[in-house]
Design a binder for this molecule. Structure first.
Ligand code: XMP
Ligand code: MG
Length: 186
């Protein structure tokens, strides 16, 4: 039995199977690139809260040893608007100096968040710094940031599910769906 779409959902953009297939491909690519790495040296840093499901799936598909940590940021109010200001809510526990860091982020929108993370982590002198981002909205980019592993490019619509939310709702939908504009514009 399949659950009906929530009332606020417009349409499913990426279904569960497509997401799983792509995450598996990304994990294979990352595993190949980090082949031979030592467990203490490879640190995945998930950006809370949006990346928690993506990170869980990606990490479990990796065939190279790694550790997991998190950082929490805030760049938005509960509305779909960018302020450009990024706030650090919770820092990582692990010391990142000398380690190979992979930032795991749900979505690249304006790019302010990733730019902030690059600056924050570069100052701490990791051995290397890369990013794995599930979604990107090319129409919305305002600053240039490099992406190393990207899941999907999507149109400029507000998406929810698979970790992504609107006002902290819809995070645990198994698919990624576009919200009805009246919900986020209203
Ligand atoms: P920037 O603009 O800094 O934004 O690249 C990255 C952060 O913006 C949030 N974001 C979204 N969250 N659905 C969401 O649930 C979306 O469509 C969306 N677009 C941007 C997200 O928190 C991301 O980390
Ligand atoms: Mg986020």
């Amino acid at each position: 039995m399949t659950n009906p779409l929530p009332d606020s959902v417009d349409y499913v953009l990426l279904d569960e199977a497509s997401i799983q297939r792509r995450v598996m491909e990304m994990a294979a690519e990352i595993s190949a690139d980090y082949e031979g790495i030592h467990n203490e040296d490879f640190l995945l840093v998930g950006v809370l809260k949006g990346s928690f499901i993506f990170l869980a799936d990606l990490a479990r598909r990796l065939t190279v040893p790694h550790r997991v940590d998190f950082i929490a940021l805030s760049s938005y109010a509960d509305k779909a608007e960018a302020t450009g200001a990024v706030r650090l809510i919770m820092d990582t526990r692990a010391d990142v100096a000398g380690r190979h860091l992979l930032i795991v982020e749900d979505i690249l929108d304006t790019g302010y968040t990733l730019r902030y993370l690059y600056r924050l982590f570069e100052a701490r002198e990791p051995a290397s710094l890369r990013t794995a981002v599930l979604l990107s909205k090319p129409d919305r980019h305002k600053v240039d940031v490099s992406l190393h592993y990207l899941g999907f490019s999507i149109p400029d619509v507000w998406v929810v599910g698979y970790g992504l939310d609107f006002a902290d709702r819809f995070r645990t939908l198994p698919y990624i769906a576009a919200l009805k504009p009246r919900v986020y514009e209203g």
